[in-house]
Design a protein around this ligand. Structure first.
Ligand code: ADP
Ligand code: MG
Length: 292
């Protein structure tokens, strides 16, 4: 491969809204056969909305929402932002102390003298909180509807469920169709629950789904696919995608993503759109074909 021909490809990349870190980044594209897609912020907009609050028996909806929002004000996660925005009408927000983020599971902290836990049921149980049947059911119903269920609890048990949801980007389905047309196998990868992941996968036409993956495990998923003999491209945006993007044979970051994701990637997609990922792979292949 002559560097000049590759640089032509890099220049054309800029026209397509694709920033290429180094021409050598394109080398592996020819062999890519599997494209791992992060869900939140990549396939979906990542702008979540609070849709529903279900208080537990004996709890007030307003209290559940107010406390959850106070706790989540410590987090930058799309789920947290949705809850904070959804509580904007609940009056002045209380402050949180001792806030801690539990990667891929939720958050903890103290608000109004209460030790709060919010996130996946698994996190509440890990912290010794009981999840009453009615709330477990409310969470399951929300997930069946394709929403992410956030349980919030204090004093020994879950006290409410907040349902948040995100929207699939309008171009994601067409992008998946084009990836398949190029002979590539799409895989949806997410830390979110399996039901939500399957709903999104069905919406965009992806069959292979790997869900409930903790941030630290995303890189292992990529390694495992490579061990199966696949050449893997990964498209992601989050802090939790960075290691997997670096591990992938070709890492593509959404330009709207976090700095760490962009740093870890070979290519950055300026357009906030999965079709740009397809363009990037096609462009790279074409560039290499010219060189041959
Ligand atoms: P993704 O892989 O879709 O980007 P993450 O790994 O960031 O997702 O998060 C996985 C799951 O952990 C979320 O779907 C949510 O259930 C839970 N979670 C993460 N952060 C928070 C938070 N701040 N509050 C409540 N739940 C959270
Ligand atoms: Mg993401």
């Amino acid at each position: 491969a002559t560097p000049t021909a590759l640089l032509v490809g890099t220049g054309r990349g800029a026209q397509f809204g694709i920033l290429i870190k180094g021409p050598e980044a394109l080398e592996s594209t020819r062999r890519v056969d599997t494209v791992v897609l992060d869900k939140t912020g990549t396939v979906t907009t990542g702008r979540m909305t609070l849709l529903d609050v279900t208080p537990g028996a004996g709890e007030e909806r307003a209290d559940v929402l107010r406390l959850a929002a106070a706790l989540e004000s410590g987090s930058e996660h799309p789920v947290a932002r949705a809850i904070v925005a959804g509580a904007a009408d609940e009056g002045e927000r209380q402050s949180v102390t001792g806030f801690a983020n539990v990667e891929g599971l939720g958050v903890t902290g103290t608000v109004d003298g209460r030790q709060l836990v919010a996130g996946r049921a698994r996190l509440l149980r890990d912290r010794g909180l009981e999840v009453p049947d009615d709330l477990a059911r409310a969470a399951a119903d929300a997930e069946a509807a394709g929403r992410t269920a956030v349980l919030v609890g204090w004093d020994g048990r879950a006290r409410g469920v907040l349902a948040v949801a995100d929207q699939v980007k309008p171009t994601s389905r067409e992008a998946v169709r084009r990836l398949r047309a190029l002979g590539l196998i799409p895989v949806l990868l997410t830390g979110d629950n399996t039901t939500v992941a399957r709903t999104v996968a069905a919406e965009i036409g992806v069959e292979k789904v790997i869900a409930e993956v903790l941030p630290a495990e995303k890189v292992e998923v990529v390694t495992r696919l490579q061990a199966e003999g696949r050449t893997v491209a990964m498209v992601g945006d989050g802090v939790n995608d960075a290691a997997a993007l670096a591990q992938a044979d070709l890492g593509l970051a959404m330009g709207t993503g976090t700095d760490v994701a962009i740093e870890a990637s070979d290519l950055t997609l300026v357009r906030d759109d999965l079709l740009a990922a397809v363009d990037a792979i096609r462009l790279a292949r074409r560039t290499l074909a010219t060189i041959k």
